[in-house]
Design a protein around this ligand. Structure first.
Ligand code: NAD
Ligand code: GDU
Length: 329
C-alpha cells in the first residue's frame, strides 16, 4: 500500500489516480490546507490530517501495510515564502522531519520526495543538470534543499531508500478533464492567463519585462502534470527493483518559454486575445530555469510526452468545465 502525503493537492491528486489505475492500493493523508477532498479519487482511502500529527501517522502506519511514502505536502509559493518564511520552514521542513521520524519508528523504508528546480536559484546556464550548484534565492527553495539534505543524512544513519524528484513548472490537467489545478489564491502563470481569457480578470499581469532574456520576461520549463505523474510511477518501480535507490532527478521538458511566449500560446489555443499589464518584478523570481532531464531518461526510462500546447489545452478543458475549480462541481 502506498501512503500519499499531500494527495489532495494538484500534482498529488493526479498521481493518486494513476497509482490506482496501476493497481496500487492508496492511502491519502492531507490537511486540505490547499488541497480538495473532491480531487481525491474515491477508490483511495482518505484521512484528513496534518503530517505533523504523530498520533494520526501512528494510526495510519499501524492500520495499513504501507510499503512506500510519496511526499507532496508543502507550502509552495515563491512570493509568499519571502513574506512568510517561518510558515515554509515550519510546514515544509519541520513537517517532513515529523513524517521521517514516524517512518523510522514504523520501519517504512521507501520514500519519493517532491523537490523543485527552485533549489538551483538563478543559475546562469542553458540547461540545469543535477550537478549544477544548488543556491536557492527564496525561502521556499531553501526549505526544499534543507529537506533534501535531511533525507540524505537520514538515509545514511537509518534505513531509507529514497528518490528525490526536482520538478520544473508543473502545468496542465487530467486528459479526461476530471481533475485539474485549483489553488486559492492562484499564483501560477498558465491558470492566471486562462482565467483572464475566460473573462474572470481584466488583464494578465506580467511580472518584469527587463530580464536578460529574448523578450525581457522570465523563462521557465513547463512540464505536463501527467508526465510528472509518470515519473513517480517509474520511480516507484525503480525503488522496488532497487535500481534507482538514493538518487536525485530533474523532471522537466528541456525547453524554455518566456512569459510572453506562454501568453501567445494560450491565445492561440483558446482563440482569445489577452490584455497584458506589465508590473514590477516579483521578488525571488529567477530569470531562467530550463532542465536537463537526461539522467532520469537514462536511468529510469522516463520521457516527457506532452508539449506546452497539450498543457494549455488540458488546463483550458478543465477551467472551461469548472471555472470555479472544485467549487463548481
Ligand atoms: N506546482 C509546481 O509547479 C511544483 C513545482 C516544483 C515542485 N512542486 C512541489 O510539488 C508538491 C506538490 O505541489 P502542488 O502544486 O500539487 O501543491 P498543492 O498545494 O496543490 O498540494 C500540496 C498538498 O499538500 C497538502 N498539505 C500541505 N501541508 C500539509 C501538511 N502539513 N499535512 C498534510 N497535508 C499538507 C495541501 O493541502 C495540498 O493538498 C509540493 O511539494 C511542491 O513544492 C510543485
Ligand atoms: O500572473 C502571473 C504569474 C506568474 N508570472 C510569471 O510567470 C513565471 C512562472 O511563475 P509561476 O508562479 O507560474 O511559477 P514559479 O516559477 O514561480 O513557481 C513554480 O515552480 C517553481 C519551480 O520553478 C516552484 O517549485 C513552485 O512550487 C511553483 O509554484 C514567473 O516568471 C512569474 O513571475 C507572471 O508574470 N504573471
Amino acid at each position: 500500500m502506498i501512503l500519499v502525503v499531500g494527495g489532495a493537492g494538484y500534482i498529488g491528486s493526479h498521481t493518486v489516480k494513476s497509482l490506482l489505475d496501476h493497481k496500487y492500493d492508496v492511502v491519502v493523508l492531507d490537511n486540505l490546507s490547499t488541497g480538495h477532498i473532491e480531487a481525491v479519487d474515491k477508490r483511495a482511502i482518505f484521512t484528513k490530517g496534518d503530517m505533523k500529527d504523530t498520533n494520526l501517522l501512528t494510526n495510519i502506519f499501524e492500520n495499513y501495510s504501507i510499503s512506500n511514502v510519496i511526499h507532496f505536502a508543502a507550502n509552495c509559493y515563491v512570493g509568499e515564502s519571502i513574506t512568510e518564511p517561518l510558515k515554509y520552514y515550519e510546514n515544509n521542513v519541520a513537517g517532513t522531519i515529523s513524517l521521517l521520524k514516524m517512518m523510522r519508528k514504523h520501519q517504512i523504508t521507501n520514500l519519493i520526495f517532491s523537490s523543485t528546480c527552485a533549489v538551483y536559484g538563478n543559475p546562469n546556464i542553458e540547461k540545469i543538470n543535477e550537478s549544477t550548484l544548488t543556491a536557492p534565492i527564496n525561502p521556499y527553495g531553501h526549505s526544499k534543499l534543507m529537506i533534501e539534505q535531511i533525507i540524505k543524512d537520514f538515509s545514511i544513519a537509518y534505513r531509507l531508500n529514497y528518490i528525490i524528484l526536482r520538478y520544473f513548472n508543473a502545468a496542465g490537467a487530467d486528459h479526461f478533464g476530471r481533475i485539474g489545478e485549483d489553488h486559492q489564491p492562484e499564483t501560477h502563470l498558465i491558470p492566471n492567463i486562462l482565467f483572464h481569457l475566460l473573462g474572470r480578470s481584466e488583464h494578465i499581469s506580467v511580472f518584469g519585462d527587463d530580464y536578460d532574456t529574448v523578450d525581457g520576461t522570465c523563462i521557465r520549463d513547463y512540464i505536463h502534470v501527467t508526465d510528472l505523474v509518470n515519473a513517480h510511477i517509474l520511480a516507484l518501480e525503480g525503488l522496488k527493483k532497487e535500481k534507482a535507490i538514493n538518487k536525485i532527478y530533474n523532471v522537466g521538458n528541456e525547453e524554455g518559454f518566456t512569459v510572453k511566449e506562454v501568453i501567445n500560446k494560450c491565445e492561440k489555443v483558446t482563440g482569445k486575445e489577452a490584455t497584458i499589464l506589465y508590473k514590477q518584478k516579483r521578488k525571488g523570481d529567477p530569470s531562467k530555469l530550463i532542465s536537463s532531464s537526461e539522467k532520469i531518461s537514462k536511468e529510469l526510462g522516463w520521457e516527457p510526452k506532452y508539449s506546452l500546447e497539450d498543457m494549455i489545452e488540458t488546463a483550458w478543458k478543465w477551467f472551461s468545465r469548472f471555472p470555479k475549480g472544485y467549487k463548481s462541481k
